[in-house]
Design a protein around this ligand. Structure first.
Ligand code: PHE
Length: 346
């Protein structure tokens, strides 16, 4: 009998590794431990074993059963792994280059943002960021925007419900939270944290309740610039903006500053540029940003002495620059994620 058991275990160990399917496994298992299986037969023979041999025989049968079960379990394990692998499909190597060039490239807005940020980094600006949710103080009051300014109107900004709590943005009791309407908030947050000289650009998302059309979107992006130091003048602003425009739009581009008004700069300007080689947009003055010298009221709000320091600030829409550079005539294309559109900028 012991000999029979040894033969069975040896057979199971030899055959099971070659089993490839569940059907094959069930058929083989039946020949071993099924009702007519060889192991079952040996067990049935226990009845005829003399009493004194029973303990030894029982032990031998148990050992054989355990060996057979272990072999069967490893067959099941192998089959399950193979079934899972078949479901998942062939192994992929995520480090291989993508066969489709539209995968893994920056969005056209991000491309222009990076180009602009790189340009300013090269002339000594660092990048600053702040939250998209803001309190009225940082979005308006600290920027000298009076309570009756139209930007503060419910119709123009996205205010958040009073019950909302935003842990990382502080506000006074009766203030409201809103989605920032411009990146000028980053001027305030940066000046509260850093002592002059401050030289930053702040790219980021902004929100206004504009009716969406070809040139307006409720959600858009701006880049803010701020330079504060002793003796910063309008000439510094003009030189920096000239450099920006010539780098982005080509050496033949010209700039002009037109008087304007912003509560947080004095004097304030709109900057236009003009280029002879911009396709349809050639030889026209195009307005691209607001700018000016930091208003003394803003310095007072952040505890910087306006008698000692001066500064300039500018802010522009990234979409506006991108549309001119990329020849896109409807801002909405940027947000539809239509691969036929995006592919053109890959
Ligand atoms: N924040 C202004 C806007 O959104 C732009 C601006 C920024 C103007 C900095 C002057 C200085 O229109």
């Amino acid at each position: 009998m012991q000999k029979d058991l040894n033969t069975i275990v040896a057979d199971v160990r030899a055959k099971t590794p070659a089993i490839k399917t569940r059907a094959e496994f069930e058929a083989y298992k039946a020949t071993i431990s099924g009702p007519k299986g060889v192991l079952t037969d040996v067990m049935k023979g226990m009845g005829k074993v003399p009493k004194e041999d029973k303990p030894a025989m029982g032990k031998a049968i148990n050992e054989a059963k355990m060996a057979v079960e272990a072999a069967f379990a490893s067959v099941i394990e192998g089959l399950e792994a193979a079934e899972l692998a078949a479901k998942i499909g062939p192994a992929i190597d995520p480090t291989l280059p993508s066969p489709d060039s539209t995968h893994g490239t920056l969005h056209p807005i991000a491309q222009v943002r990076e180009e602009m940020v790189d340009l300013f980094r090269r002339i000594g600006f660092s990048v600053a960021e702040a939250t998209e949710v803001e309190s009225e103080y940082y979005c308006f009051d600290a920027l000298n925007i009076p309570a009756d300014h139209p930007a503060r109107d419910m119709q123009d900004s996205y205010y958040l419900p009073d019950e909302l709590s935003v842990n990382n943005v502080s506000k006074k009791g009766d203030e409201k939270y809103l989605l920032r309407t411009h990146t000028s908030t980053v001027q305030i947050r940066t000046m509260l944290q850093e002592k002059p000289p401050v030289r930053i650009v702040a790219p980021g998302r902004c929100f206004r309740r504009d009716t969406p059309d070809a040139t307006h979107s409720a959600n858009f992006h701006q880049i803010e610039g701020l330079y504060v130091d002793k003796d910063v003048t309008l000439l510094d602003l003009k030189a920096t903006l000239d450099h920006f425009v010539k780098t982005i739009f080509g050496p033949k581009a010209k700039t002009r500053l037109r008087p304007s008004f912003f509560p947080f700069t004095e004097p304030s300007f709109e900057m236009d540029f003009f280029s002879p080689d911009l396709g349809k947009l050639s030889n026209k003055w195009l307005e691209i940003m607001g700018c000016g010298m930091v208003d003394p009221e803003v310095f007072k709000a952040v505890g910087i002495d306006p008698e000692v320091y001066t500064g300039y600030a500018f802010g522009m829409g990234i979409e506006r620059i991108a549309m001119i550079l990329q020849g896109v005539d409807d801002i909405r294309y940027y947000y539809q994620n239509d691969v036929r559109f995006l592919k053109q900028f890959a």
